[in-house]
Design a protein around this ligand. Structure first.
Ligand code: ADP
Ligand code: MG
Length: 241
């Protein structure tokens, strides 16, 4: 028992150290990016291509750092009554082009008039990470289904895909920082999502089978009230292509 507590403290200190380094690296990166963007704009010659590449890689470094910082300490800046169906719609639109490029169909079933008190940007981030993984795991012609419905004062958001799935050893590693099986993966998305959902007082669980697909279930505290989107009280089965 005592050993476990010490280990937790150690991890915490390491995490804090990493966060402060990440934070310190972000500032000079931002400055470098600013100058490079300026040069990129003015460049008419051969270097245009190289500067584009450098900016893309810099953007990647920046998003890794931001994800890590968000993981170390999720910032819930503005708490508001966020309509879950609205947030999911926004996220789906955001990922529409990506899904189309991958040849994956995303279908959505929403219940309007259900709200959570939260920072909507954080919830969006958590969902983007999970849904993006579902799309990435699915082959051309596959399908991702997102359904959201309230039961009492809890809301279920289920993201399921018929992609490659995971075995139990892989599921056990989910939420471990930097665990990835992708060439260009960062292994941060799932960890960040778990952290955000838990900070919201919710839970997230993963069910998966290799070659069959994955189902991610997020349960969030929520309440029902009048929908300001005019789709009140309940509209089920809204499909999105
Ligand atoms: P990344 O996407 O950068 O690899 P994540 O933390 O988002 O990092 O995911 C970690 C790993 O978990 C992925 O590399 C993948 O192996 C596995 N994974 C996550 N979601 C799914 C899913 N829906 N289907 C199959 N594997 C998944
Ligand atoms: Mg991911």
């Amino acid at each position: 028992m005592r050993k476990e507590i010490l280990r937790a403290e150690k991890l915490n200190t390491l995490g804090e150290l990493a966060a402060s380094i990440a934070h310190e690296i972000r500032n000079p990166l931002t400055v470098v990016k600013g100058f490079l963007q300026m040069m990129h704009k003015q460049e008419k010659g051969d270097n245009f291509y190289y500067l584009s590449l450098v900016l893309t890689e810099l953007g990647r470094a920046e998003s890794i750092i931001n994800d890590y910082l968000n993981f170390a300490k999720p910032q819930f800046e503005k708490l508001e009554d966020a309509e879950l169906a609205d947030i999911i719609s926004e996220v789906t639109i955001l990922l529409e082009a990506f899904a189309a490029k991958e040849g994956v169909q995303v279908n959505v079933r929403l219940e309007w008039g259900v709200f959570a008190k939260t920072d909507r940007n954080q919830l969006k981030q958590a969902l983007v990470n999970i849904i993006k993984n579902a799309i990435e795991a699915t082959d051309d012609g596959g399908e991702v289904i997102i359904s959201q419905a309230a039961v009492g004062n809890e809301s279920y958001i289920v993201v399921s895909d018929n992609g490659k799935g995971m075995d139990s050893a892989q599921i056990a590693r989910l939420g471990t920082l930097f665990y990835t099986t992708k060439d260009k993966g960062t292994g941060l998305g799932t960890s960040v999502s778990i952290k955000i959902i838990e900070a919201m007082g919710g839970t997230i669980s993963f069910k998966s089978e290799r070659g069959v697909g994955t189902e991610v279930t997020i349960i969030l505290p929520s309440f029902k009230t009048y929908s300001n989107k005019g789709q009140n009280p309940v509209e089920l089965g809204a499909e999105m292509k």
